[in-house]
Design a protein around this ligand. Structure first.
Ligand code: HDE
Length: 711
């Protein structure tokens, strides 16, 4: 914030920003960072500290003295270090980046950050799970939050979305009920980070509007492989308003450049123990290596006149607009390229809000969205301790901001001038309103015409809870359907009350798809329902290919992680050749040995390994390569951890390539070659097929066979 009185044009901002201006704005965001390198250790008052090891005492063995202001300040501050974690989305990780507009989208919105080709806007994105507390594991089955703060020239725009395009409930007033049901149970705070318990299934089995969303959560979308591999959605219908004041409805989408793909269930369970920071670590390490996460921002656009032309209500947040019906138009690209310096100051204190919008973006009357507009300020008041959370560096707009709000806890701005009211003549009337304008003007709500009786009810147009769930089910590939059946079976199998299991099967699943209900019922030992409990809406929805993850693979292996298993006597040339080929494709290789010690190749060279087999198990990788070398393979064939490594990679449907002597391992483990289990004499002989298999993410055809592998 500048301390000079802004002019009207400064208040309004500008349409395009040159690079110097952009950097100046970034500096503004960055000027609160502190680097203590070369600096003296001081108290908070700036007094240099001579001894940070010992409390002031009466004699070497005497009592400590209350007078010790240095110790008291340090301990007091420590005692107050924790703030309340978020009531939902407590577990998260974030990164800085930049959004670049593909062009001038002013036909659609007057938002300045979308008004020119190559226009850059700094962003901060936080990913999260919903249910678990701040220290819970990353890989649990759950929705992922995908919240983006755009620091635009016209103020902050927060797109507070999820990795699923629908939600559990249709009206905000149900949110505390839903959250109480999904959170750990109140008597013993079990289970952590999971929906597999009675209260969740009790609530959703009694709440048919949740059917569609629960199906998404039970699908592979609930266990993403990486934050980089998730789609993101604004969920609600929003509005975009253009320079002429024309409003259109939009749904926001983030399309991952890496493609969208997921973990397999057994992997997630193991990762939750072996690396609870799996997704967070992946984000952090990738950015440190310069391997950035990227998405394209897109919108589905619906003309105002077409509001009622769908067989669902655009305001209903349990519905998607199938992409085949309304395509996603790409507006720009976001790259996450910088890790935060401090988790608490940035990630934990970031305050997102659906109500942070800029001119050119507006709300719809979605009753869930309307409730969120209240909730996000309210929650920050408690979590961040007062109404000045916008002054915390990570939350500050990068454009000037001035008004007559004053005081309150943690105020950092020192306001000059006498007049903190408006109108005033003492300070020449400043700060002044800015009239709305085609661009650069003050915010003006879209003048939507509304009328109605004051009533508490749900529109009939929100009444169909199952057709789109059926659409989702019909759009799944066979492996995805099997995973969904497995997920319902696992979760409902943890539900103690049989009547809850029965209700979910008979009154929810049977209305989505009878075969789904039959399979889950069979697995749970329940009678299979023979008909839906509510009349089916005709016609049966066709499929929407955009819903299946199988149609979201990028086909390349960029950023994929490959374990190369090595032991003393390994064929060093094959290791080098494989690594070089992977590097050409942008994939990452790590050398994994029997222990953290370096290994010696067959030709006597030392190979420094990245980790030991038990320290970095196959679940941390997308594929495994075992080079030849008689002694190396001989050692692995006698090593249970090495054998388990391969069996587990096989079980998790990952590509495995073996060369030369390493073929013996496949025979010893009785693994049959398939499209992803590749053997050969040299790297050139296997690499092409290896890339193809890895580009497909998993060898789904292996799944039935892999079930016989011990967990
Ligand atoms: Fe949130 N949500 N939410 N939510 N939400 C919060 O705000 C709330 C909803 C979402 O990384 C809270 O700062 C209500 C839908 C994300 O910091 C809180 C309702 C979607 C995040 C809150 C919803 C979301 C939150 C908790 C129903 C997807 C994490 C801490 C009316 C479109 C943001 C906080 C971050 C966080 C309320 C429903 C996404 C309590 C009342 C739908 C990604 O304000």
């Amino acid at each position: 914030m500048t301390d000079k009185t802004p002019t009207q044009s400064e208040l309004a901002g500008t349409d395009t920003v040159d690079r110097a201006n952009h950097n100046a704005k970034l500096d503004q965001l960055e000027r609160f960072r502190a680097d203590a390198t070369g600096e003296a250790l001081t108290t908070n008052q700036g007094v240099k500290i001579a001894d940070n090891q010992n409390t002031l005492k009466a004699g070497g063995r005497g009592p400590s003295l209350l007078e010790d202001f240095i110790m008291r300040e340090k301990i007091t501050h420590f005692d107050h270090e924790r703030i309340p974690e978020r009531i939902v989305h407590a577990r998260g990780a974030a990164a800085h980046g930049v959004f670049v507009s593909y062009g001038d989208h002013s036909w659609l919105t007057k938002a300045a950050f979308l008004a020119a080709e190559d226009k850059e806007t700094p962003v901060f994105v936080r990913f999260s799970t919903v249910q678990g507390s701040r220290g819970s594991a990353d890989t649990v089955r759950d929705v992922r939050g995908f919240a983006t703060k755009f620091y635009t020239d016209e103020g902050n725009f927060d797109l507070v979305g999820n990795n699923m395009p629908v939600f559990f409930i249709q009206d905000a007033i149900k949110f505390p009920d839903f959250v109480h049901a999904v959170k750990p149970e109140p008597h013993n705070e079990i289970p952590q980070g999971q929906s597999a318990h009675d209260t969740f299934w009790d609530f959703v089995s009694l709440t048919p509007e949740s059917a569609h969303m629960v199906l998404w959560v039970m699908s592979d979308r609930g266990i993403p492989r990486s934050y980089r591999a998730m789609e993101g959605f604004g969920v609600h219908t929003f509005r975009m308003v253009n320079v002429e004041g024309v409003s259109r409805f939009v749904k926001f989408h983030w399309k991952p450049v890496a493609g969208a793909f997921s973990l397999v269930w057994d992997e997630t369970l193991k990762l939750a123990g072996k690396d609870p920071d799996f997704n967070r670590r992946d984000l952090w390490e990738s950015i440190e290596m310069g391997d950035y996460f990227e998405w394209e921002l897109g919108v589905q656009v619906v003309e105002e006149a077409d509001e009622h032309s769908f067989d669902f209500d655009l305001l209903d947040p349990t519905k998607i607009i199938p992409e085949e019906l309304v395509p996603v138009r790409k507006l720009g690209r976001m790259t996450l390229n910088r890790n935060p310096d401090n988790f608490f100051a940035e990630t934990e204190q970031a305050a997102f809000h659906t109500g942070h919008i800029v001119p050119g973006i507006d709300f719809s009357n979605d009753p869930l969205l309307q409730g969120r507009l209240f909730s996000y300020t309210d929650t920050q008041l408690l979590r961040l301790g007062g109404p000045n959370f916008h002054e915390i560096p990570i939350n500050r707009p990068v454009c000037p901001f001035h008004n007559n709000q004053r005081d309150a806890f943690h105020r950092q701005t020192i306001h000059k001038g006498r007049a903190s009211y408006e109108p005033n003549s003492i300070d020449a009337g400043w700060p002044k309103e800015t009239p709305p304008a085609a661009s650069g003007g003050g915010f003006e709500s879209y003048p939507e015409r509304v009328e109605g009786h004051k009533i508490r009810n749900r529109s009939e147009s929100f009444g169909d809870h199952f057709s789109q769930a059926t659409l989702f089910w019909n759009s799944m590939s066979e492996p995805e359907k099997e995973h969904i059946i497995g997920a319902y079976t696992f979760e409902l199998g943890k539900v103690e009350r049989i009547f809850i299991r029965e209700r979910q099967v008979n009154e929810i699943l049977a209305n989505i798809d009878l075969e789904l209900a039959r399979r889950v019922a069979e697995n749970l030992g329940l009678p299979a329902p023979t008909k839906p409990s509510v009349p089916k809406k005709e016609p049966t929805p066709p499929s929407s290919p955009a819903l299946s993850l199988m149609n979201h693979l990028s086909g390349n292996i960029k950023s994929r992680k490959v374990a190369i298993l090595v032991a003393d006597g390994v064929d060093g040339a094959a290791v080098d050749a494989f690594k070089a080929e992977l590097a050409k494709q942008g994939a990452l290789a790590k050398l994994i040995g029997p222990s953290p010690a370096p290994v010696t190749t067959a030709d006597g060279k030392q190979l420094v390994t990245d980790a030991a087999m038990d320290g970095m198990p196959s679940i941390a990788f997308d594929a495994v390569f075992v080079p030849g070398g008689a002694a190396s393979v001989e050692a692995m064939s006698k090593n249970g951890v090495a054998k388990h490594y391969l069996l587990e990679a096989y079980k998790h449907l990952k590509p495995i390539a073996v060369l030369g002597e390493a073929r013996q391992l496949l025979a010893a483990l009785a693994l049959q070659p398939d499209a992803g289990l590749l053997e050969g004499d040299d790297v050139a002989g296997v690499f092409g097929n290896f890339v193809q298999a890895l580009g497909q993410h998993r060898i789904w055809a292996r799944e039935a066979m892999a079930e016989s592998i011990p967990a």
